[in-house]
Design a protein around this ligand. Structure first.
Ligand code: HEM
Length: 319
């Protein structure tokens, strides 16, 4: 039985195309890279989409952690009279406005990705839709960010804003995996079930994390409302979800022993342990900004790792 059949939605990949491609089609040769993108160019841009979506999570977090969430007090203009911040808004205005500008960089990256995916010889209809939906998600996120400002950083809206960014990270991870030629994977129904459970639990944990943040001190502005929940209680609820997630992933590692999915499951487990450690340390040290920022990046890496296990187990042949 052939065990290397790609998932039905995956494009047919030409391994030769990912080998030494002519210099004219390398990413640094922008024009020809867009005119006739080869496999390597497509891989590069899809990865750029993933990284850019993760980076904007960090920069958005830094806006909040520096207390600059209302540095531009309105949206889509920065102030009622101006699209750009003026001197009176100080450093907070510059920080918040810079993050708004980064959205345009992200939009440029996702549009470039749509173009290369669209024009790639190995593309498919669903791949084009996939890249297109990610691209559409970025301006949508810009609007949610705007609503966050217009609601004076309502913690539920800010939390939703982060969750949507994580959805984009997950979708971008899937896109990266779809354009990467990988060897065959084998997984039992049990590994698949555990991978699906770990993925679902990751979202529960991420959402609960945003609820903890909404109850905590890093509101993004001194006058921003809090959700009124007890931060200590919510931290324990959040951490309980994490322990369950770690247990499920550990089970996936044990069940995946001797299969090609073992490494993918171990990577997820290691990311969870590292992220859990950062979470615990930040909790017991009074939420220092550096650790909170690292915890945000860790959450994005975790979503990517959980997506990877989910997708690789889905496309696996029965063991
Ligand atoms: C798999 C592991 C974990 C994941 C994926 C995760 C994810 C998250 C996310 C997404 C946030 C929201 C960040 C934001 O809104 O800016 C958050 C916040 C938080 N997490 Fe976790 N977390 C994990 C483990 C833990 C653990 C074990 C603790 C220990 C108590 C913890 C404590 C916290 C605290 C205190 C906050 C609020 C930080 C703030 O107020 O800014 N986390 N977490």
């Amino acid at each position: 039985m052939p065990d290397s059949a790609p998932p039905s939605s995956a494009p047919r990949l030409d391994p030769a195309a990912s080998q030494d491609s002519p210099a004219s089609t390398r990413p640094n040769s922008l024009q020809s890279g867009f005119r006739a993108p080869d496999h390597r160019v497509v891989q590069w841009w899809t990865m750029a989409t993933l990284v850019a979506n993760a980076v904007i999570i960090l920069t958005g977090g830094l806006v909040r952690l520096t207390g600059s969430g209302l540095g531009c007090p309105t949206w889509p203009r920065c102030t009622d009279n101006s699209f750009v911040p003026h001197a009176e808004l100080g450093v907070h205005g510059i920080i918040e406005f810079s993050n708004r500008m980064l959205t345009y960089v992200l939009i440029a990256v996702v549009i470039a990705t749509v173009v290369v995916v669209w024009r790639w010889a190995g593309t498919s209809r669903s791949l084009r839709w996939h890249a297109g939906l990610i691209a559409a998600g970025v301006p949508f996120q810009g609007v949610i960010g705007g609503i966050s400002v217009l609601t004076d950083l309502n913690p539920w809206v800010v939390g939703l804003h982060l969750v949507f960014s994580m959805v984009l990270v997950s979708a971008a991870t899937w896109l990266v995996l779809r354009v990467r030629p990988t060897g065959p994977t084998r997984a039992s129904a049990r590994v698949r079930g555990l991978a699906v459970t770990a993925y679902a639990l990751s979202w529960v944990v991420v959402y609960l994390g945003t609820v903890v943040t909404g109850s905590g001190p890093h509101a993004g502005d001194a006058n921003a409302p809090r959700n009124g929940l007890d931060p200590a209680v919510m931290s324990h609820v959040h951490a309980s979800g994490v322990y369950l997630l770690i247990a499920v992933t550990l089970a996936a590692v044990l069940v995946a022993r001797g299969t090609t999915l073992l490494r993918t499951a171990v990577v997820l487990l290691v990311v969870e342990l590292a992220q859990g450690l950062i979470g615990l340390v930040q909790y017991y040290t009074g939420l220092p900004v550096v650790l909170v920022a690292a915890h945000l990046v860790g959450a994005a890496v975790l979503v990517a790792a959980a997506t990877r296990l989910l997708i690789r187990s889905r496309s696996a042949q029965p063991a």
